[in-house]
Write a protein that binds this ligand. Structure first.
Ligand code: FAD
Ligand code: NAD
Length: 479
């Protein structure tokens, strides 16, 4: 048995773990990373990058078809094999040499295998050949093990070998008929992608389509999925599933109706990768999400850092926000706070301080790459009200800007600004429309920067761009 000591041991080399280790090393400490699969994690190989590659070709084709002059040049349909080849390249053909060598370059040793906490500050790594290496952390262990698709206990579902996001994202065949359980982000993006690739898609959206977003988001995405031939079954709940000898999957709904498909994708949320992590060795429950304080230190049910505070959790596994960019933001905060604590420096843990992830609560940006694209930051009107804020909501038809009419024919979209009336700052902003992703950061700056609405009148959007919606929203709000 080898024993190796580092200042920090990071379990999980997804986007978050990689960034924690890098940050710690930049701060002058040593760090090692443990990874059981591919360096780069879910995001690089089965989530963000390959899904967006699957979606992009269809989006470009739709965009070209909306512009006279370009439309005439489009004479065929998507080249499905070429779409999959591009996806493969974005998933680095499911090889992690590039990211593993980046770790080497930044001075972070990689231990391949299953990491398990065996005692305070001690991590055992079991390699594929069964060899065990023991790593000791002088200052901190950071759990960045991410999450996996949640498969619910629906009768017959597991036996029917459903797809999770992993299979959907990495397939190289388009099923003739694809049924999807769920109406969230994965369901909406994959319905968009596979409908574009030629599948006949049915979405079983028990709780609606994108129900956590502003209501117009679900309406617009549902409408456009239906225009693309997708059957969107709002309120449909799967009760039983079976796959027959011929490979057909039959989903029986609670109302007795049956939906048939060639593949079934389950997309109802995530479960933390903490099952086989040794949590029981330190008094925590295997399989549970790890609760953290504002400096990302794992805490017990009373909010007390466990065992003197050597254990941190960042990224999906702490359930604060299940998004890559937000996990990497946490990674920067957690890397810096571990360095500060190790060096006896001041910890800036007040709101918006250097060592906390305040934006997780009120300023999370997200883009959903459906048709139309959805770009949002901060609170929805409903969430702001639930948080007790006195708000005013301003809506604007995005298609009414000069920029959007130039963008393409039949532009459909909407924008909503949620203003905290007591502080006169924007606390939420949602855009739905073609190519709105790149408009989002302006809103993120306004929300995180708490820019007063009066000052925003001086932030003049260029003409003729879709960003002119900012001016229209301010005009509707008044001054
Ligand atoms: C289909 C899909 C599309 C998505 N698209 C987007 C998007 O467009 N934008 C966005 O921001 N987010 C997106 N997300 C979310 C994003 O993928 C996650 O938020 C992100 O991957 C979380 O990063 P992480 O490092 O916390 O975890 P992960 O990426 O899950 O990485 C964790 C790593 O830890 C390893 N690991 C786990 N347990 C152990 C152990 N015991 N020992 C050793 N190694 C271990 C795993 O193998 C993995 O490599 C998407 C998610 C899905 C499912
Ligand atoms: N573009 C992006 O930013 C992007 C893309 C994909 C995934 N993600 C992230 O990945 C995570 C996982 O995505 P997801 O779509 O799996 O989860 P989700 O939380 O977005 O949506 C899951 C949906 O399934 C519904 N649901 C829950 N249990 C159900 C059941 N038993 N039967 C039917 N419906 C049920 C929920 O009401 C919810 O609407 C999300 O948190 C998301 O942030 C992000």
């Amino acid at each position: 048995m080898d024993t190796n000591s580092y200042d920090v041991v990071v379990i999980g080399a997804g986007p978050v773990g990689e960034n924690v280790a890098d940050r710690v090393v930049q701060g002058g400490l040593t760090a090692a990373v443990v990874e059981r699969e591919l360096v780069g994690g879910e995001c690089s190989y089965w989530a963000c990058m390959p899904t967006k590659a699957l979606l992009r070709s269809g989006a470009v084709l739709r965009a070209a078809r909306q512009v006279p002059g370009a439309r005439e040049a489009v004479t065929g349909d998507l080249d499905v094999a070429a779409v999959f080849r591009r996806r493969d390249a974005f998933a680095s053909d499911w090889k992690d040499d590039g990211q593993a060598s980046w770790l080497e370059q930044v001075g972070v040793p990689l231990y391949r295998g299953q990491g398990r906490i065996s005692a305070a500050r001690v991590v055992e790594v079991t390699a594929a050949d069964g060899a065990v290496t023991t790593l000791t952390a002088r200052h901190a262990v950071v759990v960045a093990t991410g999450s996996a698709a949640l498969v619910p206990d629906i009768a017959g579902l597991r036996e029917a070998t459903p797809w999770t996001s992993r299979e959907a994202v990495s397939t190289s065949t388009v099923p003739g008929r694809l049924a999807i359980i769920g109406g969230g982000v994965v369901a909406s993006e994959m319905a968009t992608a596979f409908a574009g690739l030629g599948a006949s898609v049915t979405v079983l959206a028990r709780d609606g389509v994108l129900p956590f977003a502003e209501p117009f988001v679900g309406e617009l995405v549902t409408e456009s999925l239906q225009d693309a031939g997708v059957s969107v079954r709002l309120g449909a709940e799967a009760e039983a599933v079976e796959r027959d000898g011929g490979g057909t999957v039959r989903v029986t709904l609670t109302d007795g109706e049956q939906v048939e498909a060639d593949e079934l994708l389950v997309a109802i949320g995530r479960t933390p990768n903490t099952q086989d992590l040794g949590l029981d060795r330190i008094g925590l429950k295997p399989g549970s999400w790890l609760t953290v304080d504002d400096t990302l230190r794992v805490v017990d049910e009373n909010g007390t850092a466990i065992d003197g505070g050597w254990l941190y959790a960042a990224g999906d596994v702490n359930r604060r926000v299940l998004l890559t960019h937000q996990g990497k933001y946490q990674a920067r905060a957690v890397g810096d706070v571990i360095v500060a604590r190790a060096k006896g420096q001041d910890v800036e843990d007040g709101p918006w301080g250097r060592h906390v992830a305040t934006a997780d609560e009120r300023a999370v940006p997200q883009v959903i790459f459906t048709e139309p694209e959805i770009a949002s930051v901060g609170l929805t009107a409903a969430a702001a009200e639930a948080a007790g804020l006195r708000i005013r909501v301003v809506d604007y038809d995005l298609a009414a800007t000069a920029g959007s009419s130039l963008h393409g024919e039949g532009y459909r979209g909407s924008a909503r600004m949620v203003v905290d009336e007591d502080r006169k700052v924007i606390v939420g902003f949602t855009l739905a429309g073609p190519d709105v992703a790149e408009l989002l950061h302006a809103a993120t700056i306004a929300v995180a920067g708490e820019v007063p609405v009066d000052r925003l009148w001086h932030a003049v959007p260029a003409f003729p761009t879709v960003s002119e919606v900012w001016l229209r929203l301010l005009e509707a709000y008044g001054r």
